[in-house]
Ligand binder design. Structure first.
Ligand SMILES: [Zn+2]
Length: 355
């Protein structure tokens, strides 16, 4: 491959902000057919587009009122005869295909509202400036308690599912954005998170599981949102912390590979999304300067596609998930023209502050 071909295929010298914004605008109007199989996660895909456009400072292309109406249409509401103690969760559905009309008494027969979709829905509403304090958040948070398990973890949907740190994070982020923590027993959730820290310093998705970059993000971001660890903990006394910070930092710093990218766990290839999962943890801890920014930037640029978006690995076609985490990674690298990120929420600082 000569240098020109290489540049066309995978390597561009700069982060192409405007090209990425066009890429996301196309996704905003119409998702390509390969995303059909992910229709059940429609709100999550929308979160990648809307939050991505905000990071790229290009939210002006979005019809905010239409987005608000569309997102609110996914919310599950208890019927007249149902009450919030019926064991169900009244959050947001992930897509229209998981929404069934209520019966003649107004009771939802198949309520498939999901914690991850609820996080994405509320995040989108916050990004487009919807006033969440006017929202019926009490229904969401009080029914969310039905999802918390005796060990402190959360199931994502009241009919069952895996219980792990991902849904503890979604629950914490929802409570934080709605400014209402009655949705979780914080003490139990904290104990669960602490039991997920492994012998090597990272966190597994469940207690005793192998340390993983995504799980580590969920643990640290949740503790930060819950106000249980402070920002820039590395600049304060680590011994006063709930978690073993030096061991965590040691594990985190070993995730940057010789190619400059971050891996999710040992012996895995560098992958664009871990530039966020690992990078965001470093940002929360106050350790961003301990990694090689230039090398990370070089890796990310090798995953940048010439028509916009980022791929998982260098030289491949982009996807929405890795594109979004590429944008967040560049925001963490303080790329000019990009908005700064609220690492623990996955939305811009401005959106997090309601600006
Ligand atoms: Zn990935």
């Amino acid at each position: 491959m000569n240098s020109t071909e290489e540049e066309e295929c995978c390597g561009l010298e700069m982060m192409q902000k405007d090209v990425h914004a066009t890429f996301l605008e196309l996704m905003y109007y119409l998702l390509p057919s390969p995303y059909e199989t992910q229709e059940i996660n429609h709100l999550t895909l929308a979160y990648f587009v809307i939050s991505g456009l905000d990071i790229l400072n290009s939210l002006h292309s979005v019809a905010k009122d239409a987005v608000v109406s569309w997102v609110l249409s996914f919310q599950a509401h208890p019927g007249a005869k149902a009450d919030l103690n019926d064991g169900q969760f009244y959050g947001f559905h992930g897509s229209k295909t998981s929404q069934f009309p209520p019966d003649k008494n107004g009771v939802l027969i198949h309520n498939n509202s999901h914690l991850a979709s609820t996080y994405c829905g509320i995040a989108i509403l916050k990004i487009v400036g919807y006033e969440l304090s006017n929202h019926d958040s009490e229904t969401i948070v009080s029914s969310m308690r039905n999802l918390q398990q005796p060990d402190g973890s959360f199931i994502p949907i009241h009919t069952g599912g895996e219980t792990d740190l991902r849904f503890v994070y979604c629950a914490a982020a929802v409570c934080f954005m709605l400014n209402n923590w009655s949705g979780m027993d914080k003490e139990k959730a904290k104990d669960y998170i602490l039991r997920c820290q492994s012998y090597d310093g990272g966190f597994g998705l469940v207690p005793g599981a192998e340390s993983h970059g995504g799980a580590t993000y969920c643990a640290i971001a949740s503790l930060r949102l819950m106000g249980l660890i402070e920002d820039n903990i590395l600049s304060s006394s680590a011994s006063s912390s709930l978690i073993d910070v030096p061991l965590l930092l040691d594990w985190i710093l070993q995730r940057q590979g010789t190619d400059g990218g971050f891996q999710g766990r040992p012996n895995k290839s560098s992958d664009t999304c871990y530039a966020f999962w690992i990078g965001a943890v470093l940002r929360i801890l106050g350790g961003s300067n301990f990694v090689d920014h230039k090398a990370l930037r070089g890796f990310l640029l090798s995953c940048q596609y010439k028509y916009g978006g980022f791929s998982k690995f260098p030289g491949e076609y982009p996807d929405l998930y890795h594109s979004f985490y590429g944008f967040t990674a560049f925001s963490l690298l303080e790329e000019s023209g990009l908005k700064s990120l609220c690492s623990q929420l996955g939305i811009t600082e401005n959106a997090a502050m309601g600006l």
